[in-house]
Design a protein around this ligand. Structure first.
Ligand code: DOR
Ligand code: ZN
Length: 341
């Protein structure tokens, strides 16, 4: 197959930031009709008033169809959930274990404290997006996802099986196997970069800051489990780029910020991955069909065409300038696919 046509894809996990960076990156997600917008701003998007104002800023910046989320804190109330549902533009709450990642300080320390809110969400059918990593300093960074499943996610599912959960940016075979073991109310997003790079790419021959993200990329066997899950067409797996722009000075410095910026070239790279796996026909499930089904939304009416090229496709190395200078995800291999429509 040299050409694939699919319903316009969506991005089920996107960081658009705010201010100048928002204005810089919002138009760069134009391959996607809709996106679930992460709420980890400073201060975080914890209620409907903040989400309304942020949604307006996103639309003004050039991304027409943001699907908003609220940041779950130990102070989130049942009234916050009802207000979110009444407004109609909040599609999930986001659980960040406190300290797990960028701007997660206001996140949840103790899951018991948010149980009444989670029970109410389950009752009202509002999904929970989960950053699935423990923050226990005793746990090795490469094990944080699997320990989270064991200590937090599996017990939560047993307590509250009716709560719909999106396991965000699953990065391990353990995560894939857990999702596959659940027959309802659990889906998982997978990023573009976790399908392509592993921890050798991050670390061998020198540390590559533009491959550093959280959850951190794992060993090859995990990447391969993710590729198998994503390309299988299984309805529980769908695209969430976790495209997370940080300016160059925050990436190339003594203490590099976590995040890979991949919105502009995700679709061609996914076509290449699915082609390498001999599963191009399943790209539409991963990028266009499974996500809307998980979130009870219609499939987009538009279409996208991606075509194989004879010569490598070249993207800009970066976009913007000074405070908005962001480096594009570049796995360092030639890319032979291009979005043509
Ligand atoms: O790599 C990441 N970057 N992982 C996250 O969970 C947050 C994100 C960000 O906001 O920069
Ligand atoms: Zn994220």
């Amino acid at each position: 197959m040299n050409k694939i046509t699919l319903p316009t894809p969506d991005d089920w996990h996107l960081h658009l930031r705010d201010g100048d960076m928002l204005n810089r990156v919002a138009p760069l997600s134009s391959d996607f009709a809709r996106a679930i917008i992460m709420p980890n701003l400073v201060p975080p998007v914890v209620n409907v008033d903040l989400a309304k104002a942020y949604r307006d800023r996103i639309i003004n910046a050039g991304f027409a169809n943001p699907l908003m989320t609220l940041y779950l804190t130990e102070s989130t109330s049942i009234a916050d959930i009802d207000a979110a549902i009444d407004w109609g533009h909040v599609h999930a709450l986001k659980l960040y274990p406190a300290g797990a990642t960028t701007n997660s300080a206001s996140g949840v320390h103790n899951i018991d404290k948010v149980m009444p809110v989670l029970e109410h969400m389950a009752k009202r059918g509002l999904p929970l997006c989960v950053h699935g990593e423990v923050t226990d300093p005793e746990i090795d960074i490469f094990d944080r996802e699997s320990v989270f499943i064991e200590r937090i996610l599996a017990p939560l599912r047993i307590r509250l099986p009716e709560l719909k959960i999106t396991m965000e940016h699953v990065t391990t075979k353990d995560g894939v196997d857990y999702v596959l073991s659940q027959d309802k109310n659990v889906g998982a997003t997978i990023t573009t970069h976790h399908l392509i790079i592993d921890r050798n790419d991050l670390l061998v021959g020198g540390v590559k800051p533009h491959f550093y993200c959280l959850p951190i990329v794992k060993r090859r066997l995990h990447r391969d489990a993710l590729r198998k899950a994503a390309t299988s067409g299984d309805h529980r797996f769908f695209l969430g780029t976790d495209s997370a722009p940080h300016s160059l000075d925050k990436k190339e410095c003594e203490c590099c910020a976590a995040g890979v910026f991949s919105s502009p070239n995700t679709m061609p790279w996914l076509a290449q991955v699915f082609d390498e796996e001999g599963k191009l026909e399943n790209l539409e499930k991963f990028a266009s069909l499974n996500g809307p089904a998980h979130y009870n939304l219609p499939v987009n009416e538009g279409i996208m065409t991606i075509e194989r090229q004879d010569t490598p496709v070249i993207f800009p190395k970066s976009y913007g300038e000074s405070d908005t200078l962001v480096t594009l995800f570049d796995p360092g291999q030639p890319l032979y696919w291009k979005v043509t429509l």
